[in-house]
Design a protein around this ligand. Structure first.
Ligand code: MN
Length: 432
């Protein structure tokens, strides 16, 4: 089943919250969920509307929300909300849309709004597990070529959605700085490795998937039902220390090169909100194998990709001091994924591994085929060989202390009001 495009997506829909009108990220058609603290208040669930946040805990307390959602909103994480059956989340969305559009509700709802500029955003869920995939085929090919020039894609790539288990404890919301990691690296010329701050610190542009109801241990998720288990999406930056990675990654894959911190945008953009922004999964190149049956669904192939434009910006310390705007490093569509998000979820659960509400999956770095759409500095600088020149005369191969990386994402479709993901940004601090 896919999610319906309904009256909550209508381009003509207007909220009485004035700032929602033509808001680039959070118009009435979006309604993303998050956890926020108002000034002087404790963390609670909220929904973004224009430049305001509606306090969902207070709305539930005032009897304004459907009963099915109320129990899930009494706590300061969204796990319960994400775990609701998709139909209940849809009912909540329709109710919120009505509350924020119908003037009859304005008197009851307006006092429950907070100016988002005065609020603090937190992680939306208590993340039990975080898994990162590798489905950006242009990234996998570019990186594979750096490590293995004549054999960039390993033979399993076109059969298996490749992934590894990441670290949930170090996931942080947008805005929390990242301390440059230290670790072992070994240059090709050196006889032995050394330990110290990473000198090849990088970002990875990814989409994050927030798991909904999930599956019990020993059960699996049928590909036909997978979309029901995807509650929503975020932007995800899988910070990566390339020098540590190159030395440690064989034979078991990424470890300390990636688990020092992962940054996510704080709002959960729901699958329901993204219903008008689905695309056919791009056809596989001629000669590629058909996915095995457990990963194949005609409906998923028909609308399993997302019409989201992704961008990465860099703001260096010098640029910030000079009052210059962030510089765009890349721009490209999220459809450059070899596997759909439904295939990722189905594959993860296919062996009976249980996925839980609020688990986080990363897609893997999403690169476009051309250099202006590459999703990491490793690719942009060709492994450090080709520095990128910035407008102010600085150059970058990898990230320097004081640099800030900003990811952004916008869903677009003909005749639809675009919606955004909110900020996913963080600044790099010197190693401690
Ligand atoms: Mn990654």
């Amino acid at each position: 089943m896919s999610f319906p495009v309904d009256e909550t997506h209508a381009p003509t829909l207007r909220s009485w919250v004035a700032s929602a009108d033509a808001h680039p990220e959070f118009p009435i058609q979006n309604l993303p969920f998050g956890i926020f603290s108002p000034a002087g208040g404790d963390p609670r669930a909220g929904v973004a509307i224009g430049s305001q946040i509606l306090d969902l805990r207070a709305a539930a307390g005032a009897g304004l929300l459907p009963d099915v959602a109320v129990a899930a909103l009494g706590v300061a994480t969204l796990n319960g909300l994400l775990g609701l059956p998709a139909g209940d989340r849809l009912a909540l969305r329709r109710r919120l849309s009505a509350l924020l559009c119908d003037d009859a509700h304005r008197g009851a709802v307006e006092p429950l709004l907070h100016d988002s500029g005065s609020c603090t955003l937190h992680l939306p869920a208590a993340i039990g597990d975080y898994t990162d995939f590798y489905v950006g085929i242009h990234h996998a090919t570019n990186v594979g070529r750096l490590f293995r020039p004549d054999n960039p894609l390993l033979p399993n790539y076109k059969y298996v959605p490749i992934g590894y288990h990441g670290r949930a404890s170090s996931v942080r919301p947008s805005g929390v700085p990242v301390v440059r990691p230290k670790g072992q690296s070994k240059s090709p010329q050196a006889d032995a490795p050394s330990f110290g701050p990473s000198r090849r610190l990088d970002y990875e542009l990814e989409l994050g998937i927030w798991i909904g109801p999930g599956n019990g241990l020993g059960q699996s998720i049928d590909i036909h039902d997978a979309s029901q288990h995807i509650a929503g999406f975020c932007l995800l930056n899988d910070w990566s220390a390339r020098d540590l990675q190159a030395w440690e990654y064989q034979p078991l894959g990424p470890f300390l090169a990636k688990n020092f911190q992962t940054t996510v945008s704080a709002w959960v953009v729901t699958s329901e909100a993204l219903a008008p922004f689905r695309l056919a999964q791009p056809a596989r190149p001629e000669g590629d194998p058909r996915p095995l049956d457990y990963l194949w669904d005609e409906g998923d192939q028909g609308h399993g990709a997302l019409a989201v434009e992704l961008e990465v910006f860099l703001l260096t310390q010098k640029m910030r001091a000079a009052g210059l705007p962030p510089y765009r490093l890349s721009r490209g569509p999220a459809s450059n994924m070899y596997w759909t998000v439904a295939q990722i979820v189905t594959h993860h659960a296919s062996n009976g591994c249980n996925l839980n509400p609020g688990d986080l999956l990363g897609t893997g770095t999403i690169s476009a085929p051309r250099k202006d759409g590459y999703g990491s500095l490793l690719e942009i600088s060709a492994g450090g060989a080709e520095p990128r020149e910035l407008p102010n005369g600085e150059t970058r191969t990898f990230i320097e202390d004081g640099d800030e990386i900003i990811l952004s994402g916008r869903a677009h479709a003909e005749g639809r009001v675009s919606i955004g993901f909110g900020e996913c940004r963080a600044r790099i601090l010197a190693a401690s």
